[in-house]
Ligand binder design. Structure first.
Ligand code: THU
Length: 149
């Protein structure tokens, strides 16, 4: 989806706001995400770590699961910000592989992904570019044209 600069920056701002709630006593790497639904509603998320490490949930999936659990299934964009505690991001934070897959389930390749260091410094790409040939619901649909004779 084509987005105006102001829209992009507003979503980045919400990701930074969500990041203030990050629970990161182990990695101290704090991430915020803001997921824009087709109807204009924004669902935010932060990363939530765990002493058992593996139950840790990324910011992107927190936002996605909040949205889906409230009945939302159509999304157009996500903004992601991440950095070590008290630092300005050196690199942009791209969604991890698991989050790419989780998002792909609902958006396919068309989701706009905004990876931001600051409100002025960001990369805009798509989930299709980050997860080429993604595996999704369509892959599990029966293809009648290839049914055995
Ligand atoms: N993390 C996210 O929340 N999103 C990403 O896309 C990358 C990684 C979190 C998980 C963990 O709490 C911390 O960053 C370090 O891996």
């Amino acid at each position: 989806m084509r987005m105006e600069k102001e829209e992009i920056q507003a979503l980045i701002r919400q990701a930074f706001q969500a990041r203030t709630f990050a629970y990161t006593p182990y990695s101290h790497f704090r991430v915020g995400a803001a997921l824009l639904a087709r109807n204009g509603k924004v669902y935010t998320g932060c990363n939530i770590e765990n002493a058992g490490y593996t139950p840790t949930n990324c910011a992107e999936r927190t936002a996605l699961f909040k949205a889906v659990s409230e009945g939302e299934r159509h999304f157009t964009a996500i903004a992601i910000v991440g950095s070590m505690e008290g630092e300005v991001n050196r690199l942009v934070t791209g969604p991890c592989g698991v989050c790419r897959q989780a998002l792909y389930e609902f958006t396919g390749p068309d989701l706009t992904v905004i990876m931001a260091r600051t409100e002025e410094d960001y990369i805009v790409t798509t989930l299709g570019a980050l997860l080429p040939y993604g595996f999704g619901p369509a892959n599990l649909e029966a293809d009648d044209s290839q049914s055995p004779t």
